[in-house]
Design a protein around this ligand. Structure first.
Ligand SMILES: Cc1ncc(COP(=O)(O)O)c(C=O)c1O
Length: 368
């Protein structure tokens, strides 16, 4: 059996009629940029995220850059960012002229929150980018309280956590802004790049709207240097269609995750991902840790036709582009450890039961 890590082709096959009808709708009215589909998607995001404003842009990378600029991060500021995340959690900090301060991993793939709070309290950073990895939120409240108390900007990178909640709260509630990704690999992926910023602050939303289109305001006056970062109407329509299925598809992802976990719970040398109390996990990724067996397990699954990935094989502090922001005494022991032991299994709603059974079987018959 061949089970690729992702099957966007199968997703298209299953929803072809609906997706093509949306393409026809947009191409027929012809307003391919900033069409009504974009405004509809923004309304939909407000209701999913529980925020007053949503602004769709060209990617989550741009959304994070706009979030930093519009919340007041300035050149020379220091911004705490987790070391274990995708590069685009940190690169917009540099684009904004600020400096990333990398933070090691704490529990459950979360950033080390106590370290972040320590930096905030000591006045060592002017902003924090908190990243929710793999489809689960960590408890942002203590960090948000520290940021509020010390006048530090808090932004949530929720690129991987669309639809996730913790104790009923979603990204954007406790921070200045949260950013979302519609990258094709994400839970509600476009057929191309896309992203959004959500916030309860009208000034941040307005500034982001200006930045996404050449600094132009609602009176068509060019107020400041801006960019061209629009989400195409057709992509907005397709993402909107996927968001209509968000609950159903997250339920299927949860089903698959729980089947993997039931098998892995019986094996002492592997740790399945933990679901935090009060968490609605959307399982963007299913990341287990397999200790010294990781590479052998990856190879075993590959020989059985199963695609896996490592999130993340290298932590950001090892990347040349960030070298100049590191202090030689900085240590990232947990990030280094996780990069050697983590393994992501295929998880997408279009997986068939027989494929999930096959993966469970291959996990069981591995020589642990
Ligand atoms: C944690 C995280 N932040 C930011 C991004 C950037 O998203 P995009 O590809 O939409 O720019 C990604 C996407 O891969 C991500 O996983």
């Amino acid at each position: 059996m061949k089970i690729p890590f992702m099957r966007l082709d199968r997703q298209f096959e299953q929803h072809k009629a609906a997706i093509l009808a949306l393409c026809e709708q947009v191409f027929s009215h012809g307003i391919v940029l900033q069409g009504s589909e974009v405004a509809t998607l923004e309304d939909q995001l407000c209701s999913i995220m529980g925020t007053r404003h949503a602004v769709a842009v060209g990617s989550a990378t741009d959304a994070l850059f706009f979030a930093l600029v519009s919340t007041g991060v300035k050149p020379g500021h220091k911004v705490a960012v987790p070391a274990m995340t995708f590069v685009a959690s940190a690169s917009p900090v540099i684009r904004a002229g600020a400096e990333p301060v990398f933070i090691d991993v704490g529990d459950d793939f979360q950033p080390d929150i106590s370290k972040m709070i320590e930096l905030v309290t000591a006045g060592a950073v002017q902003a924090v980018v908190a990243v929710h990895l793999y489809g689960q939120l960590f408890d942002i409240k203590p960090l948000a309280e520290a940021c509020n108390a010390h006048n530090v900007i808090l932004i949530e990178d929720a690129a991987q956590a669309l639809g996730a909640t913790l104790n009923g709260s979603a990204p954007g509630e406790h921070s200045a802004a949260a950013t979302l990704s519609f990258d094709p690999m994400k839970i509600a992926g476009a057929f191309g790049s896309g992203g959004a910023l959500v916030t309860n602050n009208a000034d941040i939303a307005d500034r982001t709207k200006r930045l996404r289109y050449h600094g132009r305001d609602e009176n068509r006056v060019y107020q400041e240097l801006g960019y061209n970062s629009q989400l195409a109407s057709v992509q907005a329509a397709i993402v909107g269609f996927k968001l209509d299925h968000l609950d159903e598809w997250s339920e299927r992802r949860n089903d698959i995750a729980h089947r993997y976990t039931a098998v892995l719970d019986e094996i002492s040398s592997v740790t399945p991902p933990r679901e935090l109390p009060g968490s609605h996990h959307v399982f963007h990724k299913y990341v287990l840790t397999a200790g010294s067996n990781r590479n052998r397990l990856k190879e075993h699954l590959s020989n059985a036709g199963i695609g896996t990935m490592v999130h993340y094989a290298s932590s950001l502090h090892t990347e040349p582009m960030f070298k100049k922001y590191l202090d030689p005494s900085d240590k990232f022991r947990e990030a280094d450890r996780i990069s050697k032991v983590a393994l992501s299994l295929p998880i997408y709603p279009e997986m068939e039961d027989s494929e999930v059974d096959y993966i469970c079987h291959q996990l069981t018959n591995f020589d642990w």
